[in-house]
Design a protein around this ligand. Structure first.
Ligand code: IPD
Ligand code: CA
Ligand code: CA
Length: 264
């Protein structure tokens, strides 16, 4: 099955999943919220959207494996042809009524991410990339190529630093401190995938998080790469069960940022 069919399906499925997320967002007060651990929530919305995405992709590409955040514990597939999905990235925002969350869908072959789609249903923004074909943003029927910012100095940079809030992390504080000392403006908007898409679109100059899973990171990292940015290497499929550090940024600040991040 050619990649082109998967690329178009990923965008269509992300769009429909995003519409479902927006509907459920409006009814979020009636969703039963479970606690997966400290500051780690899941609701019927996360599960329903993941089931929707998994069933659509399985119907279209029955031979492909599916690794989704909400079903990852029972994952048994092969990573040769695999979809890696976060149904809602930014669940805490979603449940609190903050409109900063997205659907993230990546597709990888033999450990290499080939497709990345991040859809922000609240602003109807579809960020998508196919390896070698650039990064794109579609909004209200209009589509255009996106590129990372031209930022070349940390003193002028706006960088998002993600943190999951599940346990205290001195290395996160050390990084914030180092960025502050370097004169960087920082944010944590609460969705790793969407923040990476916003790096790809040049709205943020960089994004760093010490501990992200493949379903949070792969689609957004491909967007940044295809938008001309720098991305740190993310571990291969044999490590997708464990979180890893993520850095994606404008090329002009990569050299200055890497030593600060490397100091973790
Ligand atoms: C989380 C978000 C958050 C990041 C966490 C992730 P979830 O994903 O991406 O920004 O800091 O590390 O786990 O729980 O909203 O899907
Ligand atoms: Ca996530
Ligand atoms: Ca999630």
């Amino acid at each position: 099955m050619p990649l082109t069919a998967r690329y178009s399906a990923a965008q269509q499925v992300a769009l429909k999943a995003g519409e479902l997320a927006r509907d459920l967002f409006a009814k979020r007060d009636s969703l039963i919220v479970e606690n997966k651990g400290a500051q780690n929530f899941v609701s019927r919305a996360d599960r329903a959207i993941e089931d929707f995405i998994a069933s659509k992709l399985a119907a279209a590409f029955p031979g492909d494996a599916f690794l989704g955040e909400e079903s990852a514990a029972s994952f048994r597939g092969s990573p040769e042809h695999i979809w890696v999905v976060d149904p809602i990235d930014g669940t805490h925002n979603f449940l609190r009524g903050l409109r900063y969350y997205c659907v993230s869908i990546a597709y990888a072959e033999a450990g290499k991410t080939e497709l990345g789609v991040v859809y922000d249903p609240e602003h109807d923004e579809m960020f998508h990339a196919r390896r070698g074909d650039g990064a794109w943003r579609r909004h209200a029927g209009e589509q255009g190529r996106i590129a990372v910012s031209e930022c070349a100095t940390l003193k002028e940079a706006l960088i998002a630093i993600g943190h999951h809030d599940r346990f205290p992390e001195p290395r996160h504080l050390a990084l914030r401190h180092a960025l502050m000392d370097a004169g960087v403006a920082t944010r944590n908007l609460g969705s790793g995938a969407l923040q990476l898409a916003h790096v790809a679109a040049g709205r943020l100059d960089g994004f760093v998080e010490l501990s992200l899973n493949a379903w949070d990171a792969l689609a957004g990292l491909l967007l940044v790469e295809e938008a001309g940015g720098y991305v740190s290497p993310f571990p291969g499929p044999e490590h997708w069960g464990e979180p890893a550090p993520v850095l994606g940024c404008a090329r002009g600040i990569a050299g200055a940022l890497q030593p600060l991040v490397g100091a973790w």
